[in-house]
Design a binder for this molecule. Sequence first.
Ligand SMILES: [Zn+2]
Length: 450
Amino acid sequence: MNLLIQNGRIIDPSQGMDCIGDLLVADGRIAQIGGQTSRPPLYNGATVGSPGGAGYCRLSVLQAQGMIVCPGFIDLHCHLRQPGFEEKETIASGTMAAARGGFTTVCCMPNTNPPIDTEAVVAQVQKIATTQAVVRVLPIGCITEGRSGKKLVGMSQLNKAGVVAFSDDGNPVWDCEIMRQALEQSKILDVPIIDHCEDLTLSRIGSRQSAVGSPGEGWGTIDYRLSTIDFPAAAEEHMIARDIELARLTGGRLHIAHVSTAGAVELIRKAKIQGINLTAEVTPHHLTLTEQMVITRGTNAKVSPPLRTEKDRNALVDGLREGVIDVIATDHAPHTEADKARSFNQAPFGISGLETALGSLMSLVHQGEIDLGTLVSRLTYQPAQIIRGSGLTGSLKIGSAADITIFDPDARWTVGPDRFASRGKNTPLAGMTLRGKVMVTIVAGVIAAV
Ligand SMILES: [Zn+2]
């Protein structure tokens, strides 16, 4: 069935387009796009051609007045947990959460069990996705076997099998020589190396988390600040600085995961000015929340890297607006309620973020911190450029796959984790009202979520 989306505000950064208009989808692709005046009368009716006659096709019409119509969101960083941790998430539940959040493509991190470090596991993920996913799933492969940091995976074979990037996410690539080799390979294969930048000798290895109480035990800002000592800004910035030097040495394709500090933004800014080949991402939670959330939301605000200060948050927003940070990625990290019910020290890191991403990010637009076109670009065209080998365009150009997100920029809704499609109900936003809601997500011309 073909689809006409009428009277929406079409924002497509890939074409510099922001206008009220219509979008015609035929055979899973964008067939026409443009302002209303250019709309041929042919499409006024609900059908094209006469029934049974040549050129006849059924046409569904979607009224999108007051809505934003844009390319489908692409998430470069999420955890779907399958295989191995299905109690936290499955490819079915995670992609349904993605569709509800407006994401038409998700790149899934390889810290599964078994980890995605062989062609067989890549094939296993792809096979499950073929039958159970409602959006596109692109696997990310490990950089090292078993994410152990010791031996490079067969990057070329994994890339041929369909892996769009490499990461040992959760761990940094500790060994400089291994990271150097990975970057050298990335240059040949033209795929990014996504590094979780954390100097473990400054963070977990020298853990001081015992200094932190748990909720109800006299928590306060100062206590939480002690917990951020565990992952100080220096631990992130030191590793980013090293990676920049290795990118300079190799000319490889470096992508920095979940940037969280003002200092990191400055390092990346300087490296880009020097022409070093790197890109960076930031999460919705680091853009919109600060460490204060831990006081009231406890383990549901425990994330790695940690939520930081308002000064850091401001620097991240500036970096995103200026293009120092290229993309927004959710780092969707679902966990069970039992996991997050443990003490602050023992609970795992992560926020279930796919379904709240747009709603929280729109607060930046409503507060005037970023404009809508920039936001859409960082969720669509920019991530597509980073995984360009996948063939995704992040665009509504005629002929592109019809991956489309339609959202209401003003609709208010209350976050109810019980209603999440994700198995992970771990959000610090429970009960909060967000302004901005995804209404329809279309993947290859098919409605994946309404
Ligand atoms: Zn990470």
